[in-house]
Write a protein that binds this ligand. Structure first.
Ligand SMILES: Nc1ncnc2c1ncn2[C@@H]1O[C@H](COP(=O)(O)OP(=O)(O)OP(=O)(O)O)[C@@H](O)[C@H]1O
Length: 336
C-alpha cells in the first residue's frame, strides 16, 4: 500500500493523494486485500423470496476510503445492516479487525469500533444538537446501575463527554447550533451532525450511508473534506453513495454490488471505465470534476500486483453480457 503527500500551495486545498496497492493479484470481485479490516464469507440475506445479499467473499481494506456502489435494490444497505449487527443474515460469517462479528448486536459492534450512520437521518429532531452528540458517547457511567447511584461519578463524566462533543461540533462548524433542536438543521447540517455523533465513540471504521444525499452544494466541500479527514486521522471509511463524482474523487477503492452480489471491484479510475458502471451511474456528466473542490489527486503509480486494465475489461464484458442477455429476454417478452 502506498500514498504520497503533495505540498499545499497558497490557499488551494491540501492535495490528498489516493492510496494504491491495496489488493493482492487480479482485481476480481472478492479479491484479497493486503491489509483487510473486514473479511466476510458466504453472507446471505433474503426477505421472503427476494435475495437482498448473497456475498460469497469480500474484504474491506484498512485505513482507506472504500465506496460501495450499485443500483437501487442492489443490497448495499442490507449489507451495511448485516455487518453492523442491525440485521441478521440467513447464514454467513465476518470478522472485524480479526474478531468474529457474527451474532454480535449493534451496540456491541459500535463499542468494538465499527460505527455507522443511517441513510434516513436518525438525528432525533426533538433533542438538541448537543443531546444528540451525547447519545453517541459510549460506556456512560450514568447508564450503569451502581455508578449511576454516585452523582459525582457520572457528573464528571458528563462534563468530559460534553467537552468532547463541543470539540467535535466546533470541528464540524455546528458549535453555534449546540442548543438548537436537531430538527431545525438543514439536510447537510444533519449529515454533519450524524458524522460528528458517530465520532463520539472514537471508532476505527466509520460506515456512511449516502453521506451526500440531500446535501446542499454549499456544504459539499465541507462534507468531503471531513470524510478525507477521517482517513488522515487513521480511520477506515466505507460508504454507500450514488453520487459518482464523490466516489471518483474520494474513494481509494470501489466495490460494485448488483442483485446482492459483488460484481466488480477496483480503484475508482478502473471501475469508472467499466462500461456497465458508466451507463448506470455516470451518464452525461462524467467529466465533471470535483477534484478542484477537494484538492484530491490521483497517485499515478503502477500497481505491480495486478493487471488492472485486463481485469476491468473482463468485468466489463461480464456486465455488458449480462445487460445484453437481460435486454434480449426483455425483447423476447415484449414480442410475446
Ligand atoms: N426489510 C425488508 N423487507 C423486505 N425486503 C427488503 C427489506 N430490506 C431490503 N429489502 C429488499 O432487499 C433488496 C435490497 O435492498 P437494499 O435496501 O439493501 O438495497 P440498496 O442497494 O441499499 O438500495 P438503495 O440504493 O435504493 O438504497 C431490495 O429488493 C429491497 O426491496
Amino acid at each position: 500500500m502506498s500514498s504520497e503527500s503533495a505540498p499545499a500551495t497558497g490557499s488551494a486545498p491540501i492535495a490528498r493523494p489516493k492510496t494504491t496497492g491495496l489488493h493482492v493479484g487480479e482485481a476480481v470481485p472478492g479479491v484479497a486485500k493486503v491489509d483487510p479490516i473486514i473479511i466476510a464469507d458466504g453472507v446471505h440475506r433474503s426477505f421472503g423470496g427476494v435475495t437482498a445479499v448473497d456475498v460469497e467473499h469480500v474484504e474491506i481494506p484498512r485505513g482507506v476510503i472504500t465506496a460501495l456502489i450499485g443500483p437501487n435494490g442492489a443490497g448495499k444497505t442490507t449489507l451495511f445492516n448485516l455487518l453492523t449487527g442491525f440485521d441478521k443474515p440467513d447464514h454467513g460469517t465476518w470478522t472485524f479487525d480479526g474478531k468474529s462479528l457474527s451474532g454480535v448486536p449493534a451496540y456491541k459492534v459500535s463499542r468494538m469500533g465499527l460505527v455507522r450512520t443511517f441513510q434516513l437521518t436518525k438525528a432525533l429532531g426533538l433533542l438538541t444538537v448537543m443531546e444528540n452528540m451525547k447519545l453517541g458517547a459510549k460506556n456512560q457511567r450514568g447508564e450503569k446501575f451502581w455508578a449511576g447511584l454516585i452523582p459525582a461519578l457520572w457528573r464528571s463524566q458528563d462534563a468530559a463527554i460534553e467537552d468532547r462533543a463541543m470539540v467535535l461540533l466546533e470541528k464540524f462548524k455546528l458549535d453555534g447550533k449546540a442548543d438548537d433542536f436537531a430538527a431545525s438543521l438543514s439536510g447537510g447540517q444533519r449529515k454533519l451532525l450524524e458524522m460528528a455523533r458517530s465520532l463520539m465513540t472514537e471508532p476505527t471504521l466509520v460506515m456512511l450511508d449516502e453521506p451526500m444525499a440531500g446535501v446542499n452544494p454549499a456544504l459539499t466541500q465541507s462534507l468531503l473534506d471531513h470524510i478525507l479527514d477521517l482517513k488522515d486521522l487513521g480511520m477506515t471509511v466505507l460508504f454507500v453513495e450514488h453520487d459518482m463524482h464523490m466516489v471518483r474523487h474520494i474513494a481509494d477503492w470501489v466495490i460494485v454490488m448488483a442483485e446482492g452480489r459483488i460484481v466488480a471491484e477496483g480503484d475508482p479510475t478502473t471501475v469508472m471505465k467499466n462500461p456497465a458502471v458508466i451507463d448506470a451511474y455516470l451518464g452525461a456528466h462524467q467529466e465533471l470534476d470535483l477534484g478542484v473542490v477537494t484538492g484530491r489527486i490521483d497517485v499515478v503509480e503502477a500497481d505491480p500486483t495486478t493487471d488492472a486494465s485486463a481485469s476491468a475489461a473482463a468485468n466489463a464484458t461480464t456486465l455488458v453480457d449480462q445487460g445484453i442477455a437481460e435486454e434480449q429476454s426483455e425483447e423476447e417478452e415484449d414480442g410475446r
